[in-house]
Design a protein around this ligand. Structure first.
Ligand SMILES: [Zn+2]
Ligand SMILES: [Zn+2]
Length: 211
């Protein structure tokens, strides 16, 4: 069934000119706060925002996977409550496009090389494939700053979803190459969680961010 927990979806929204094909979502909010002193240089940083106390195993999987694939600093911020404004009462889950706007407004540093990733175990959803409230594993702004990942639909491979969504923030779109972590989830997410890393095309496009 479309809304069962086994129906896994993963998609992205695109920002500005970088349309990605699967979903054109909310425009990015450029409301950057003043950058802390430590990130004003051109360091590549993933700032991870634990939303509503994700378990240690989830946090470790995300952190380990990002460190494995990206040549970037990975740093956790303090846990935050999930914003009530993102709650979608009819299905009792959280709208990911609202979470992205909130992450951007609250945590963006005004640095193109600092990416924000919300990490949660809560169920997240967005409008896609003609369905108003479609459950997903993650969402990102292509070439933007923010993304969000949820372990709700993928208990053990949230790290792969994190690598995929982080790739979107670096400007990577979905990739047709089998085995590439940037392949479209296409409803099941199987290609993302069973990946063998980045293909050579995505690798060269992501440049110095990748190990
Ligand atoms: Zn994607
Ligand atoms: Zn690829």
């Amino acid at each position: 069934m479309m809304f069962s927990r086994s129906f896994r979806g993963l998609l992205l929204i695109s920002s500005g000119l970088a349309m990605s094909g699967c979903h054109a979502g909310a425009p990015p909010i450029h409301q950057a706060k003043q950058a802390p002193r430590e990130v004003v240089n051109n360091q590549r940083v993933f700032l991870l925002v634990p939303i509503q106390n994700p378990r240690k195993q989830v946090r470790e999987d995300v952190e380990t996977s990002l460190r494995e694939f990206y040549f970037a600093e990975v740093r956790w911020l303090d846990n935050v409550d999930i914003p009530k404004s993102a709650f979608y009462q009819p299905r009792r889950r959280y709208r990911s496009e609202k979470l992205l706007r909130w992450l951007q407004a609250e945590f963006a540093q005004g640095s193109a090389t600092t990416k924000i990733m919300g990490v949660t175990e809560k169920d997240i959803s967005t409008t896609a494939h003609g369905v108003y409230d479609y459950g997903i594993m993650g969402q990102a702004t292509v070439g933007g700053t923010s993304c969000v990942v949820s372990s709700y639909r993928t208990k053990r491979r949230i790290g792969s979803v994190a690598v995929h969504e982080a790739g979107h923030t670096l400007g990577l779109e979905h990739c047709p190459n089998r085995g590439c972590v940037m392949r479209d989830g296409e409803g099941t997410g199987a290609d993302i969680v069973n990946h063998s890393g980045f293909c050579s095309k995505c690798r060269s496009a992501a440049g110095i961010w990748l190990r």
